[in-house]
Design a protein around this ligand. Structure first.
Ligand code: PGA
Length: 252
């Protein structure tokens, strides 16, 4: 396989210290049994120093959002140096919960993405349409607009420094997974945009109700380079199952 399959846990706003440590420890137990599948964890910011205490190179961890300035009067924000100081290697940027619940604009997300990458932090940039947008046939133009925010960065960051996650908003946490045709169409579109921007190898992950029951068909789709997983990453058994099933599907 030319590039790894990324299985990224998004813990959102879950867990206290002992739970985060225990779950991370469980992930370390099975991660890297198969070199083709890479496990990363996007943890709540307060868990980063906790994970640092039990850090394993097998499971890189990072933040769920990051600011573009090195420091300053930005109450409630965290900086790239803070994430890195806690051993974090990446951050999500533009998750739909940031876009919708916290009204983060394309302009702000572009600054977050560029600031993080320029300061040496990898990012997973999230895109995806709402149900209204899909039903009014705007999915591809929404993805184009969201992609445009990072298109000038795409050509300069390779080898896992910049990943994209396609997450249809209507599939996140709803149990309603996009069909394989819908996923394939969106991923092909994003790969085409990435190629036009100078990076045909840009990894594009799928997210939205990924579960042990559907990971195999998603993992084997062309143009799907990984999965960003919320609900099914909150339990060691289901996340191990995702890991094992994606590894088996990829090795077939
Ligand atoms: P879900 O969340 O797997 O619970 O749908 C995915 C995400 O929000 O990244």
């Amino acid at each position: 396989m030319s590039q790894p399959f990324y299985l990224i846990a998004n813990w959102k706003m879950h867990f206290l210290e002992s739970e985060a440590k225990a779950l991370y420890g469980a992930f370390v137990e099975f991660a890297e049994m198969d070199a083709a599948v890479k496990v990363w964890v996007a943890a709540p910011a307060v868990h980063l120093p906790i994970l640092q205490q039990v850090r394993s190179g097998k499971v890189p961890y990072g933040a769920q959002n990051v600011h573009f300035e090195l420091s300053g009067a930005y109450t409630g924000e965290i900086s790239v140096p803070m994430v890195r100081d806690c051993g974090g290697t990446f951050s999500l940027v533009g998750h739909s919960e940031r876009r919708i619940l916290f009204h983060e604009s394309e302009e702000l997300l572009g600054k977050r993405a560029e600031g993080a990458l320029r300061q040496g932090l990898n990012i997973v940039y999230c895109v995806g349409e709402t149900l209204d947008q899909r039903e009014s046939h705007q999915t591809m133009s929404v993805l184009e607009n969201q992609f445009a925010t990072i298109s000038e960065l795409v050509g300069s960051y390779n080898n896992g420094e910049l990943l994209i996650a396609y997450e249809p908003v209507w599939a996140i946490g709803t149990g309603r997974v996009a069909s394989t045709d819908e996923i394939a169409e969106a991923h092909l579109h994003l790969k085409t945009l990435a190629a036009q921007a100078g990076n045909p190898m840009l990894p594009v992950l799928y997210g939205g109700s990924v579960k042990p029951q559907n990971i195999e068909e998603i993992a084997t789709l062309d143009d799907v380079d990984g999965a960003l997983v919320g609900g099914a990453s909150l339990d060691s058994d289901s996340f191990r199952s995702l890991y094992q099933k994606s590894a088996a599907a990829l090795n077939r």
